[in-house]
Write a protein that binds this ligand. Structure first.
Ligand SMILES: Cc1cc2nc3c(=O)[nH]c(=O)nc-3n(C[C@H](O)[C@H](O)[C@H](O)COP(=O)(O)O)c2cc1C
Length: 375
């Protein structure tokens, strides 16, 4: 990764070309990555959250994806300050956020989330609810509950569809379904946490069934033109080296049912965008997904920064500024369509404006302390 200055850098123009997704036109290619901030007491996002997102809209972020916001299921969250996506108070709070973002000219999707067995036993906001997962086991193999029953699976699928319908009702411009990082949907994808022998477990295709039902139910709830993004990852928060699909062939097998179910855009979560996903090609995960599905893809991972975000959680480490040359070269080649930016935007609401105006020397560094405040 090159961290040198910006003389002779490629043009930033490819970042500022519009992109059409269904009936929606994004003004540019920069997406705010979903980032849990835990600033919503009792699950209700307030004025401060609305202002935090609207500052990004004012500063030309093409698409804002909110922090993970949990669907209506008692075990969906493990933190009382993570926003709900149900109930009058939380949805009113979100409606105000949408209004503030729209007034500032922005576009915003909520990230719909269920943490599955990543929830700690006894945690808030519902300490009595046990964590749930396809086989009731954590990524470490610890049993925390019985496997989800078919009835409960169907209730969770419906809760996603209800959330999608609510997103549309209160004015969000699309939705992102969180299928990455070892949370509930990914626990179905992953053979380590999905030991089921019924129609929701078994080979790769069967392990996509839960997600396929969620996507189909959401699609039915929002209609044909409303954008649905699915976030996927190879890695888990419990294992950064994990791979759902070890080869392009397996990745193709995994993606086909998800794409057919109605995903418009795949958000391909990696920690470092410049890393090739498979040997023998420079393509990163978003590059492969675009090539295999023919659908637009979003790349993410250390854009504009010198090291990956997980070092923040493992070592409390910040990151210094890095140039955008390789990102711009890959975007120019249309390896992917959109670029999500996490920490750089968490810290600095003006990041996009500064990039557009090529004020690179004003781009800041990311520090662990940045998490304490809504910039
Ligand atoms: C504080 C923080 C919270 C995050 N929360 C979420 C989340 O709620 N949902 C999600 O899919 N990813 C989450 N992520 C991952 C980011 O969306 C992004 O993929 C990651 O930070 C890499 O991008 P970056 O290197 O530009 O920061 C989080 C990352 C950070 C730093």
């Amino acid at each position: 990764m090159n961290t040198s200055t910006h003389s002779n850098s490629p043009s930033v123009e490819p970042l500022f070309e519009p992109l059409r997704i269904g009936s929606l036109t994004l003004p540019n290619r920069i997406v705010m990555a979903p980032m849990t901030r835990s600033f919503s007491p009792n699950g209700v996002p307030g004025e401060n959250v609305a202002e935090y997102y609207s500052r990004r809209a004012k500063n030309q972020v093409g698409l804002i994806i909110t922090e993970g916001t949990v669907i209506d299921h008692p075990a969906a969250s493990g933190d009382a300050n993570v926003p709900y996506f149900y109930g009058e108070a939380a949805l009113k709070g979100w409606a105000k956020t949408v209004e503030a973002v729209h007034q500032a000219g922005g576009i915003i999707f909520p990230q719909l989330w269920h943490v599955g067995t990543e929830r700690k036993v006894g945690s808030e906001p519902n300490p009595a609810s046990l964590p749930v997962g396809p086989s009731g086991v954590t990524a470490q193999g610890e049993k925390v509950n019985e496997p989800l029953s078919i009835t409960e699976i169907q209730l969770i699928v419906e809760a996603y569809a209800t959330a999608a319908a609510e997103a549309k009702r209160i004015g969000f411009d699309g939705i992102e379904i969180h299928g990455a990082h070892g949370y509930l949907i990914d626990q179905f994808f992953w053979e380590g946490t999905n030991k089921r022998t019924d129609e929701y477990g078994g080979d790769m295709i069967k392990r996509t069934r839960f997600a396929v039902e969620i996507i189909e139910a959401c699609r039915k709830a929002v209609g044909p033109d409303y954008p649905i993004v699915l976030r996927i990852s190879q890695w888990k928060s419990t294992d950064y080296t994990a791979k759902l699909a070890a080869t392009p062939e397996l990745l193709a097998e995994f993606l086909a049912p998800l794409s057919a179910a109605g995903v418009d855009v795949f958000h391909c979560s990696t920690r470092r965008f410049w890393e090739p996903e498979f040997e023998g090609s420079d393509l990163n995960l978003a590059g492969w997904v675009k090539k295999l599905t023919g659908k637009p893809s979003i790349t993410v991972g250390s854009v504009g920064l010198s090291n990956e975000f997980t070092s923040l959680f493992t070592e409390g480490k910040g990151a210094s500024h890095a140039n955008l040359d390789e990102l711009l070269e890959r975007l120019e080649k249309q390896e992917f369509d959109l670029v999500a930016v996490g920490r750089a935007l968490l810290n600095d609401p003006e990041w996009v404006t500064k990039v557009r105006e090529q004020r690179f020397n004003e781009l800041g560094e990311f520090q662990a302390e940045s998490l304490r405040k809504l910039y």
